[in-house]
Design a protein around this ligand. Structure first.
Ligand SMILES: NC(=O)C1=CN([C@@H]2O[C@H](COP(=O)(O)OP(=O)(O)OC[C@H]3O[C@@H](n4cnc5c(N)ncnc54)[C@H](O)[C@@H]3O)[C@@H](O)[C@H]2O)C=CC1
Ligand SMILES: CC(C)CC(=O)C(=O)O
Ligand SMILES: [Mg+2]
Length: 359
């Protein structure tokens, strides 16, 4: 059966890294007969330049019609303005909310070959395998009212609203409890319940739901402490669940424990398991066009896509093994380079993963 995969390269390094994941998918399609039908559409700045809007109707329609989506990254100084890319109904946030992709899974796994590239000492990170479950279509990124207004005294004021409804909290908590059930039975919920009522409700609901998951040990942590604990003793965590903004920030911090944000893939899932897959990083304008971006987070996101949305577990395993094999060979893009390894560019890394697929 044909499986439609929509590629959304986006901006900056987006097209460079998606091209490498596309190579890998095409190679597997040819050798394994996966039945993938790949197509490409514009989103973000590329779409603004082509058609004036960051999320064209035909891109959203193609995303809705696809079985799965692989996105590179969007944005850049040219387009990061309120009118163009930032508003929730537009661009990437519009895509996430339009497809109701509320469950964002961000696994932070340290490949043993990269222990030397982690920001932490090898003994603190060896064997690290954390899953951050981030709520993706609510919270302060979407809450209304929002904007910039002029007060009576003439001063301007920016404002956003941090809201979560009970149903939004319950559905993301369910994702996290179920993930913890399948893993080590440990779930840490991260909030700011000492200050924000919205997270007092979050905490209350998590406690209530914990009764239905007696085999999961639920703990709570304030987000400031969680940030500190992540860089102090990250292996105390197994599954972490948190809201949109805290998850955004904590997952970038967790990325560095694995050596680079260029190593962190993600899955954004709806209630039925349909998903968009993307690296956790952005469009990296500082290195765009230089052919040095790490494509592995995107290639690993493609593996997650095959596993979670397309039921192609063997093909997903092959990609993950191939990534490990190229790291064994000592190949490194500059972000994960350390002495004694071989520095390669984006395309060389992608080619090496393709070559390792059937090794
Ligand atoms: N999912 C998305 O599409 C996201 C988009 N953005 C957008 O990306 C643009 C740049 O944002 P930044 O804050 O600079 O974050 P960023 O994640 O793009 O870059 C942060 C740093 O990490 C490096 N980096 C990122 N990905 C890398 C890779 N694959 N290989 C090697 N190095 C890598 C960059 O060179 C930069 O030094 C902005 O327009 C932002 O809004 C940011 C985060 C996520
Ligand atoms: C639009 C931003 C929330 C993108 C981002 O930083 C992320 O998803 O990690
Ligand atoms: Mg982010």
């Amino acid at each position: 059966m044909t499986k439609k995969v929509l590629l959304l390269p986006g901006d900056g390094i987006g097209p460079e890294i998606v091209a490498e994941a596309e190579k890998v998918l095409k190679a597997l399609n040819a050798s394994e007969g996966l039945g993938l039908e790949l197509s490409t559409a514009n989103v973000g700045g590329a779409a603004i330049d082509a058609s004036g809007v960051p999320l064209p109707d035909d891109t959203l329609a193609a995303a809705k019609a696809a079985d799965a989506i692989l996105l590179g990254a969007v944005g850049g100084p040219k387009w990061d303005t309120i009118d163009m890319a930032i508003r929730p109904e537009k661009g990437l946030l519009g895509l996430r909310s339009g497809l109701q992709l509320f469950g964002n899974l961000r696994p932070a796994i340290l490949y043993p070959q990269l222990a030397g590239a982690s920001t932490l000492k090898p003994e603190v990170v060896s064997g690290l395998d954390i899953l951050i479950v981030r709520e993706l279509t609510g919270g302060i990124y979407f809450g209304q009212p929002r904007g910039i207004r002029t007060l009576e005294n003439g001063e301007r004021q920016g404002y956003n609203t941090y809201v979560y409804s009970e149903s939004e909290i319950r559905r993301i908590a369910k994702v996290a409890f179920e993930a913890a059930q399948k893993r080590n039975g440990k779930l840490c919920s991260v909030d700011k319940a000492n200050v924000l009522e919205v997270t007092v409700l979050w905490r209350e609901i998590l406690d209530d739901m914990a009764k239905d998951y007696p085999e999961v040990e639920l703990s709570h942590m304030y987000v400031d402490n969680a940030a500190m604990q992540l860089v102090k003793a990250p292996k105390q965590f197994d599954v972490m669940v948190t809201g949109n903004m805290f998850g955004d920030i904590l997952s970038d911090a967790a990325a560095m424990l694995t050596g680079s944000i260029g190593m962190l893939p993600s899955a954004s899932l709806d209630a039925d398991g349909k998903g968009m897959y993307e690296p956790c990083h952005g469009s990296a304008p500082d290195i765009a066009g230089q052919g040095i971006a790490n494509p592995l987070a995107t290639i690993l996101s493609a593996a997650m896509m095959l596993r979670y949305s397309l039921g192609l577990t063997d093909a997903a395993d092959k990609i993950e093994k191939a990534v490990s094999a190229v790291l064994d060979q000592g190949l490194r893009t500059p972000d994960i380079y350390s002495e004694g390894t071989q520095k390669v560019g984006t395309a060389e890394m992608g080619d090496a993963v393709v070559a390792a697929l059937n090794s």
